[in-house]
Each structure stands twice: as C-alpha cells, then as structure tokens.
Ligand binder design. Structure first.
Ligand code: TRP
Length: 458
C-alpha cells in the first residue's frame, strides 16, 4: 500500500478520491440500499456512502423512532456547502426523524479562537435563520450549544476512558505538541453524537449523522467508543445470531464476578435468563443459553433480526445500569467544487456563494467561476465542454435544479459542444438568482420562528 489517505477535519485540503476513501475506511456504498423517496442528492450520487444506514431505514420501516444529528461550526458565514447538509436533514425529517443540532461553540473557541458570545451570535444570525428558511420544522428541531449542555461534556469525559493518545494520533494525526483543547474537541463531538440517545434527550433509538467525508474521523472514533461500552455483542455464527457477554470494570459486579475473581453462578444465571427472556419477547424460541461460554445462540435469527435483537439488548443493558449505546449511523456526501476551482471555504468568499449574498454578487461570482468550456467558441463547438469540472453545471446539479431530465439534456448538450460555457453560466445565474431571492423571502417569513429552535431551558 503506498500513500494512505489521511482525513483531517480541521485541514484545508480535501481528498476527493471517493472510491479510495470507501475502501480505506470501510464505508458502505449507498447503491445497494432501497431509499424511500430519494432526494436529488441521492439520485445524483452526491450522497455516495454510509455506515449502518440500514439501521435507520429498518427503524423507519417498523415505524420506530429515529433521530438525525448534525452540528455547525460557528466561525463564519453559512454557504452553499452548509445548506446541502440541511437538505439532508430536511429529507430525514420528511421521512419521520427528529432533529438535533449542535452548535460547536466550544470547538470553534478551541480551534478558531471565536469567543462563546460571538459563536452564539453567528449561530443564530448566520445559520439558524437560514435553517428556518430552508424548511426545518422548529417543532421537531432542537438547537443547543456545546458549552451549555453539560451532559455532552460529561459524556465526552466518560467516553474518553475508552480511547487513548495512540488512537487519537492515528485517527487525527495529533502529536505531543497538540494542545489539550484540540484533543478534547473530538470527545465533545462524540458527546454531541451520542447524547440524543440518552433518556433525557429522546431515549434509545438510531441516530444518523449526515456529513462530508472530512468528518468521518469523528464518526469512526464515536462508533468505536459506543461499541466498546456495550455489555452484549451480536455476531453472525453457524448457529444463527450469537450474543456474547462482555465483562468490563463497570459491569463485573452486575455480571456476578466476585472480588476474588470467581463467578457467582446464581447471579450469572439470572443475567442469562434475562437475555433469554428479552429475546423470547421478540418471538424467538429454541434459544440456546450457555453461561459457561458466555454466549447465547438464537439459531432461527438472521442478519435482518440484528436490529431488533440489538435494541432489546441495549434496553436490557440500560435496565441493568449500563449506558446501552447504539453506534451512530452516518451518510457521506461529495463536496461541490469551489467556484474558483479550489476547495469551497467560508474564509475565501470567492470560492462559494453565501446564503446572504445578493443576486448581483451571485451573478458576478458565477460569471467569473471556473469553467469546463474550451478557450475559444470554435474549439468548444468542435471538442465540447466538460460538465464534470464546470462550476455552473455542477452548482445546478448540487443546488439549484431539481429536474433530472433537464440536467441530463444540458450535460449532453455541453459535452457535444452545442451549449457554450457562457450559456451554461447564464442558466446557472437564472436559477441561482431565483433560489437566492426565494430564500431571502423565506428568511423574512420565518424570522419569527428562529427563537423556537433554541433550547433555552437547560
Ligand atoms: N465539527 C463540525 C464542523 O467542523 C461541527 C460539529 C460539531 C458536528 N458537532 C458535530 C458535526 C456533530 C456533526 C456532528 O463543522
């Protein structure tokens, strides 16, 4: 294996070698999943991979609850790239998910030097006012600040017990000179991602986190932390699904391990009886309990039963005093290219459209944007343009155009040289102007709702 891809959530470069990212980090491709009413982002392959999204879809099929969580870094203005995450949150909300949004004010303070007060202002004026305009439902959305939700920090601290510096070094490239606030930030983010499952914040249910691949390190870390706390594991075996019991510092008492290391058989038996009873409540019979080996087999259970068995065991763990945490699911989107051809970034206004840009500014930026056309009209007619690197085309595909057939038509028209680069830009300008005007109107209409998104009573 030659050069490994390293993903740095705080870095300024961005790997776009998506198939290698899928391979190297073990993401699952989205193609094999059957999504209800796929959005334009799914249909166009912009959302391209996931981890355990099946869990969320299964909950949805069973009409069980699920949640969606995202976070915002209050350090600059909201731009098109950010709005794409909200499109995804909207989609999950549309199929029945409840929504939690973390304002990463602690992280922004630690990694970008933004004060907590300034973070609060930015979150409200730049982001949440646009969330309302983009259609998030304040009744089903809760926005909170990391600095004010102490349980998130507490969880970060507790989960910290399940990792160490070597793991953080290998995931994030931290080293001896990394300041400790920076090291805390991913643990707090793990707290963000996990806490909606706590009984006070909606209880045990699948939580999905839609992100760009740059945030995957946080998900890898968090999923690992959650799994390491689990008292019961499930794996596929020759005999259907096999449940294993994991004895840990904080459950050995409950599991019947005595001071001297010997096992109290009666306590052990009662735990295994509880497992068997939780599984038979789901309708399984012929359960083979083997306390001596620390396993329970459910021969008639298949892969598809994992979800219900897992939820039952996590509930049991909670009843016995454990955290009972389900590893979060996630989805991954591609990044739209920046308007100059570089990475999109709020600190470089020319690389993107801000949601508060006016129509004139948008028009100017699109006119100057990176083009996939040829340098002369004559050459363009002869050789055709390349829509894959053409900002005007790409932005219609990512943000402004919902009609797949129309896109297909102009894609071919561009490649064949029939449509010129200037014409492509004009089509984009027309749609962007409408989008921006419409959003501004909606912002005004929904301004009175903004307060309702925040949780003031903590
Ligand atoms: N770190 C994220 C960013 O830079 C913000 C964030 C905080 C977040 N908590 C989160 C994102 C939880 C997803 C899930 O934008």
């Amino acid at each position: 294996m030659d050069d490994e891809i390293r993903i740095d959530p705080w870095g300024s470069s961005q790997s776009t070698d998506y198939s290698r990212i899928i391979d190297q980090f073990g993401l699952q491709s989205l193609n094999s999943l059957d999504l209800p009413q796929p959005s334009h982002l799914h249909r166009r392959g912009i959302i391209f991979a996931h981890r355990d999204l099946d869990t969320v879809l299964e909950a949805n099929r069973r009409a069980d609850r699920f949640g969606v969580l995202t976070g915002l870094m209050p350090s600059g203005r909201m731009h098109l790239g950010h709005s794409m995450v909200i499109d995804q949150v909207n989609w999950f909300q549309g199929i029945g998910g409840d929504v939690t949004i973390a304002v990463a004010d602690l992280e922004s303070n630690a990694t970008r030097g933004v004060s907590l007060a300034e973070g609060r202002r930015i979150a409200r004026e730049e982001y949440v006012s646009n969330y309302a305009a983009l259609g998030l439902d304040p009744e089903k959305t809760n926005v909170y600040f990391q600095s004010q939700r102490s349980v998130v920090q507490k969880l970060g601290f507790q989960l910290g017990k399940r990792t160490n510096m070597s793991e953080l070094e290998s995931i994030y490239g931290f080293d001896g000179s990394t300041n400790l606030a920076h090291i805390q930030a991913p643990l707090v983010q793990a707290g963000d991602i996990i806490h909606p499952q706590l009984d006070d914040y909606g209880g045990l249910r699948p939580i999905v986190v839609p992100v760009g691949v740059d945030q995957d390190p946080h998900l890898r870390l968090t999923r690992g932390l959650a799994s390491k706390t689990n008292w019961f594991n499930i794996k596929e075996s020759k005999l259907g699904l096999q449940i294993g019991v994991s004895i840990q510092d904080d459950n050995s008492n409950v599991m019947g391990v005595m001071e001297n290391g010997r096992v109290n058989k009666e306590v052990q038996k009662s735990i295994f009886d509880k497992i068997v009873s939780a599984i038979s409540d789901l309708g399984f019979s012929d359960i083979i309990s083997n306390p001596k080996h620390g396993t329970v087999n459910v021969p008639s259970a298949t892969k598809r039963d994992k979800y219900s068995i897992r939820i039952a065991l996590l509930s049991l763990e909670r009843k016995l005093g454990g955290l009972g945490l389900l590893a979060p699911s996630s989805t991954y989107h591609r990044f739209a290219i920046g308007m100059t051809g570089d990475k999109m970034s709020s600190s470089k206004p020319k690389t993107t459209l801000f949601l508060s840009d006016d129509v004139k500014t948008a028009e100017k930026k699109i006119k100057k944007s990176f083009s996939g056309g040829q340098s002369t009209i004559e050459e363009h007619r002869r050789l055709g343009g390349n829509p894959d690197i053409d900002v005007a085309y790409q932005y219609m595909m990512y943000f402004f155009e919902r009609d797949d057939n129309f896109l297909e038509e102009i894609n071919q028209g561009y490649r064949s040289g029939k449509i010129l680069a200037g014409e492509m830009k004009n089509m984009c300008i027309e749609r962007a102007s409408e989008w921006i005007t419409d959003l501004k109107e909606k912002r005004d209409e929904t301004a009175h709702l903004v307060d309702q998104f925040f949780d003031y009573f903590e």
